[in-house]
Design a binder for this molecule. Structure first.
Ligand code: PAF
Length: 280
């Protein structure tokens, strides 16, 4: 596996791969890799000639009160994981190279960036869209892989790609879960033992919502109430939202039918968790 830290080297490598007719698969990450990331790398390996993984903890997507400084990092462990998953290139740019000066150019995806996560984390999706656009320009992928765990992020990125006519296919793959249902996330590392046990309530709430729908309930308000009730079974939990939404616009719906998405976000102590379930 080739490790690249310079933007210009990554760009010229990508250019030369494209000139050789190679298809580039790209897995952008912020590191502290888990099985969810590895599943994206494996998909890229199957579908593309070359798999590039980036690790960059992107400052522009963190709010001033958020966890940028203590975001979990494990460069050596991540390198080994990428290598064992068969990545060809690990791109690890420095913050000074990605943002040589205070950024003044941003990509904003209006509407879907301002609700749900965007309402709780203002500016977050502007930072995500901006860094993903920059990474696409540097890595020049044919296909970019994202986990459905960050459902709203996937919607924002797809809209950016369509809105700016970017020549990249966005592939969204299923959430990988722990045996008790907790969606894998680098931030799970912050959970203490009690919080870790309690955290599985998010996926239980989603399953309870789905069960209600499978039993024939069509009023979204009843599904929201059910998900909230299940979440509140965990003492001390603070719910940010328990929503039933349209998967394209993320607008709340009144009537549930197939193809809607259930989304939950809640805080356990200082840790904020999100999860979702796409109804088929
Ligand atoms: O999902 C993430 O890890 C990040 O938001 C991403 C897409 C790598 C952008 O920094």
């Amino acid at each position: 596996m080739n490790i690249i830290t310079s933007l210009s080297e990554m760009q010229s490598t990508a250019e030369s791969l494209r000139n050789q007719g190679k298809r580039i698969g790209f897995v952008p990450t912020m590191g502290f890799l888990h099985e969810g990331h590895l599943s994206l790398m494996r998909a890229s390996r199957k579908e593309c000639d070359v798999t590039v993984v980036s690790i960059f903890v992107n400052p522009t997507q963190f709010g001033p009160q958020e966890d940028l400084d203590r975001y979990p990092r494990d460069a050596e462990g991540d390198r080994k994981k990428c290598e064992s998953a068969g990545a060809d290139i690990l791109f690890m740019p420095g913050a000074k190279e990605m943002y040589p000066e205070k950024p003044t150019v941003f990509v904003t995806v209006e509407g879907v960036s301002d609700i749900l996560e965007g309402a709780v984390r203002p500016g977050h999706f502007r930072g995500v869209a901006t860094v993903v656009a920059k990474l696409f320009n540097i890595v020049k992928p044919h296909i970019a892989y994202f986990g459905r765990k960050d459902f709203q992020q996937c919607v924002v990125i797809k809209r950016m790609v369509t809105g700016l006519n970017m020549d990249v296919e966005v592939s969204v793959l299923p959430t990988v879960r722990e045996p008790d249902g907790l969606a894998m996330s680098s931030r799970n590392a912050y959970l203490n033992a009690d919080e870790r046990r309690a955290a599985a309530v998010l996926s239980r709430a989603l399953s309870a919502g789905e069960e209600l729908i499978n039993a024939g309930v069509r009023e979204a308000e009843k599904v929201r109430a059910k998900m909230r009730a299940v979440l509140l079974q965990e003492k001390g939990i603070v719910i940010d939202y328990a929503e039933v939404a349209d998967p394209e616009t993320l607008a709340p719906v009144e009537i549930v039918n197939n193809g809607k998405v259930l989304l939950v976000a809640a805080r356990l102590g200082k840790i904020r968790l999100i999860d979702n379930l796409l109804l088929v």
